[in-house]
Design a protein around this ligand. Structure first.
Ligand SMILES: Nc1ncnc2c1ncn2[C@@H]1O[C@H](COP(=O)(O)OP(=O)(O)OP(=O)(O)O)[C@@H](O)[C@H]1O
Ligand SMILES: [Mg+2]
Ligand SMILES: [Zn+2]
Length: 560
């Protein structure tokens, strides 16, 4: 005999066997008992949740020789015929393949004929969202005023695609994803009837893999049976599904709680070595941590749907973990899932787990800046040493420091931070790239202008900058620029210096102030900006490199 898949073999044949849809089965049973059935129903809901099954049971209930009844006998010729799919009065139409207007016209014409043997003709229109508009229109009249001997059941996974005119003429039942306890019961029941021996934990894994669909859940069980035979071990299931056993998830949460970064990285390594799907692991880990969080926050609210066994284990672990810790871990891993979808899986997972285990590695700028400093001292970022002579070019990596003035100071002060007394022109020169970077951060234009100047003298807190072009000198020498530069020098060098701008080459020898000079300055400023923009590809690359380092080594998060 050909093998019949479990989900066919165990299609529910009575309303009582339809699990997890009590709101539907109870209402239909009552309507049958009280003889107040509608003539058109719409069954909506996810795939494999019992829509077609319920429609067939309804047909049996109406036509059972011992009926109409809410509990069809399943042995009379009518019931048996419907179960076998050869009852002429129960017509199933797959709208996906027969949604055209001709099919519907044909159907409509046949609706007029009385049932051959049964009380009622039942039309089950599956995937009814696939009916063409013309098809629906052909239906409308019949659905509006069907002959007394006709009942329609429309079924769809996509109710939003069903025409309003049909929606308003049908009684609608929304089938739900089947909850874990109900699915767990179904699996246990089918296993028993099949003579399967399930190791503890197997039901949980199967249910998790079924993801709310009874059909998928039974298909998973089928797949496992084919692989393991009648004795189903946890390891066998893990192998078939590539699933993550609960023990591993519990271990993960414990490692996070213990702050055991090394343990977590080893765990990821183990998963990788075993060829596990890391995305699946991340999904399961998020689900696990979320369950723990729910159990922490509202232990008695019944928010975690699972088998009693597993609930006990989860509750025990939830008691060992902190709420904030859990919330953070859930957040980190959920974010990480999004990153993993885009490609690389291992690195983001490792980062997320490490961060979850090290709250102190949070991305707040102060902590980050401190870490950045430490790393730079060790040469971790690969930043070139500051140039000894002042150069007009801004090292790209300067642009990546966190948006906080503090790191500027520290990146220039490879040595001790200079005090006012210790500042001389050499120090200014060595620090110049940091000054430029800071200036550029404040204003691209100021940065560009200042880049063409050179610090040449420092006497009595007056820093002389030499320019070639008067308009650069003029711009930098303006009151506003001088004030800004004063602040920047204070930040970088620890002393507020006053700026004096001189022009050494190229013309009048002193800043011009007429309109020509001003517009000339604007023109050149634009050129400079364009030049600065020309450097961007390199900068962007360095930026990306530094960001990668930050996120990889420091656990930084990118703040938009
Ligand atoms: N609520 C349920 N209780 C028990 N078994 C179910 C349930 N829902 C689905 N099944 C199982 O899944 C199989 C398919 O169910 P059914 O055809 O009724 O799903 P459906 O909701 O019509 O799905 P689709 O949207 O894919 O047509 C059934 O034969 C049965 O084994
Ligand atoms: Mg169906
Ligand atoms: Zn019957």
């Amino acid at each position: 005999m050909a093998y019949v898949s479990l989900y066919r073999k165990y299609r529910p044949q009575t309303f009582a066997e339809v699990v997890g849809q009590d709101h539907v089965t109870t209402t239909l049973s009552n309507a049958l008992t009280e003889n107040r059935l509608h003539h058109a129903y719409l069954f909506t809901g996810p795939r494999g949740t019992g829509k077609t099954s319920a429609a067939r049971i309804l047909a049996k209930a109406l036509n059972c020789e011992r009926g109409p009844t809410a509990t069809p006998c399943n042995v009379c010729p009518s019931c048996v015929g419907i179960t076998a799919g050869n009852n002429v009065d129960v017509i199933e139409i797959d709208a996906a393949s027969h949604g055209g207007v001709d099919d519907v016209r044909d159907l409509r014409d046949r609706v007029a004929f009385a049932p051959a043997a049964a009380r009622m003709k039942v039309y089950i229109v599956d995937e009814c969202h696939m009916l063409s508009t013309a098809g629906w229109n052909a239906f409308l009249k019949t659905v509006e005023e069907p002959p007394g001997h006709v009942l329609f059941v429309f079924a769809t996974t996509e109710p939003h695609k069903v025409l309003d005119t049909i929606l308003s003429r049908t009684q609608r039942f929304d089938f739900k994803r089947v909850g874990s306890p109900a699915l767990g019961g179904l699996v246990a029941d089918v296993a028993e009837r099949e003579g399967l021996e399930l190791e503890p934990g197997v039901v949980d894994l199967v249910v998790r893999a079924g993801d709310g669909s009874a059909r998928d859940t039974l298909s998973v069980l089928d797949q496992i049976m084919a692989f393991t035979g009648l004795k189903v071990t946890l390891q066998g299931v893990v192998d078939v599904l590539g699933a993550v056993p609960d023990e591993l998830l519990i271990e993960t949460a414990d490692l996070i709680a213990a702050g055991d970064v090394a343990g977590l990285l080893v765990l990821v390594q183990r998963l990788g070595d075993a060829g596990r799907d890391l995305r699946q692991f991340a999904r399961d880990a998020v689900e696990h941590l979320r369950s723990l969080l729910l159990l922490q926050v509202a232990p008695d609210a019944g928010l975690v749907e699972t088998t009693p066994d597993r609930l006990a284990r989860l509750t025990a672990q939830a008691g060992r973990l902190g709420r904030v810790e859990l919330l953070r871990a859930v957040e980190l891993l959920a974010e990480c899932q999004a990153v993993m979808r885009r490609g690389n899986t291992r690195l983001p997972l490792e980062i997320a787990l490490a961060k979850a285990a090290m709250p102190e590695a949070s991305g707040d700028p102060a902590a980050l800046a401190a870490r950045m400093d430490r790393l730079e001292r060790r040469g971790g970022v690969g930043r070139p040493p500051p140039p000894v002579t002042p150069v007009a070019e801004v090292p790209a990596s300067e642009e990546v420091t966190v948006p906080d003035p503090a790191p500027v100071r520290s990146t220039t002060a490879e040595t001790a931070p200079p005090t006012g007394a210790g500042v001389d022109i050499d120090l200014v020169r060595r620090s110049w790239d940091a000054v430029l970077a800071a200036a550029k951060r404040r204003s691209l234009k100021l940065g560009a202008m200042l880049a063409s100047g050179q610090p040449v003298d420092l006497t009595d807190s007056r820093l002389t900058l030499r320019f070639t072009y008067p308009f650069h000198a003029e711009f930098c020498g303006s009151d506003t620029s001088r004030a800004t530069l004063g602040q920047i020098l204070d930040e970088v060098l620890g002393v507020p210096l006053d700026i004096v701008c001189v022009v050494v080459d190229g013309g009048a020898g002193s800043p011009r102030t007429d309109d020509t000079a001003a517009s000339e300055a604007d023109d050149v400023a634009e050129t400079e900006l364009a030049e600065a923009a020309g450097e961007l590809p390199d900068e962007a690359e360095a930026h990306a490199r530094a960001i990668a380092t930050l996120t990889r080594d420091l656990g930084a998060t990118v703040v938009e």
